[in-house]
Design a protein around this ligand. Sequence first.
Ligand code: HSE
Length: 291
Amino acid sequence: MLTVRAPATSANLGSGFDVFGVALDRPADVVRLEKASRTTIDITGVGSQYIPEDPDKNTVGAVAEALDAPAHIQIDKGVRPASGLGSSAASAAAAAVGLNELYDRGYSREELVPIAAKGEAVVSGDAHDDNVAPSIMGGFTIATDDGVTKVDADIPLVACLPDIVVSTRDARGVVPDTARVEQLVETVGWAATLTSGMHRDDPDLVGQGMNDTVVTPARADLIEGYDAVKSAAHGAGATGVTISGAGPTVIAACHEPDKRAVGTAMIDAFNDVGVEARVYQTEIGDGATVF
Ligand code: HSE
C-alpha cells in the first residue's frame, strides 16, 4: 500500500499557453494505491460526486492500464474538478508516480509525464503535459514535444477559485485559430521575461511575463467578473494576474507581504458581481510525494 500526495497546478501563466506550468504548494489530491487483480476506484473529497469511478472513464484508470498496473485506488480530492487547477492532472500524476513505484516499473519522473497525460486526455479530450508535468516534477515546468525542462523557483502566488464551473472543452472551444505576427512577437517577449523571472525568483519579472493577448481575452468572458478581479488584484499589489489553466481560477503573482491583501481584493471583487469565491495563499511547490 502506498500513499501519494500530488499537487494542484496552474498552467499557461498567460504567455505560456499549453507549455508553462507551476506546481502549487496547496491544494492537493491524496491517492492511496494497493495492488489488485483488476483496477477499482473510490473517490471522496471536493467534487467527488462529479467524477466517474469507472476505470474506463477515469484518469487514473487510464494510467493504471498504460502501466499495466491494476490496483485498488482511493482518491481523496483536494483539488476541485473544473477549477483550472489541474484537478484531473493531480490524480493522474499521483497514480503514475505511485503505480510506477508499487510495480517497480523504473520510469523516471520525466518519463511518467506522457503516461499521466494519457490519463488526463480521458477527461479533457486532449493530452496536455502542462498540468501533469509540474504535478509530477514540481517547480516551474516548460513542457514541449521535446520533453520537460524544470526550474526550481520560489514565487508567492494567490489562486482565487470562484464558484463557477468552466469545462476545459468549452475553454478550448473559444481559443482563436490564428494570431497576428505582432502577437507572436509580444508573446515571445513575455514568455522569455517570465522564464528569466523564475530563474531569479523575481515576482516582478514573472508578473510582467504573465500576459497574453490571444487566448486569455477569449476566455475571460467565461469568468464573470474576471476584469474587475484582475484589476483589484493589481490594485492590491499583484505583479501579474491571469487565468489559471482553462479557468475559472484566477492566479496572481505578488511579493510575500502582499499575499493577504491580494487574496482579499480578489474575493471582494468576485463577491461584488455576486460570485462566491475562495482563495489559496500558496507558492511554487514540490511535485508528487510518496509516503
Ligand atoms: N493548457 C491547457 C488549457 C490546460 O489552457 O487549455 C488545461 O488542460
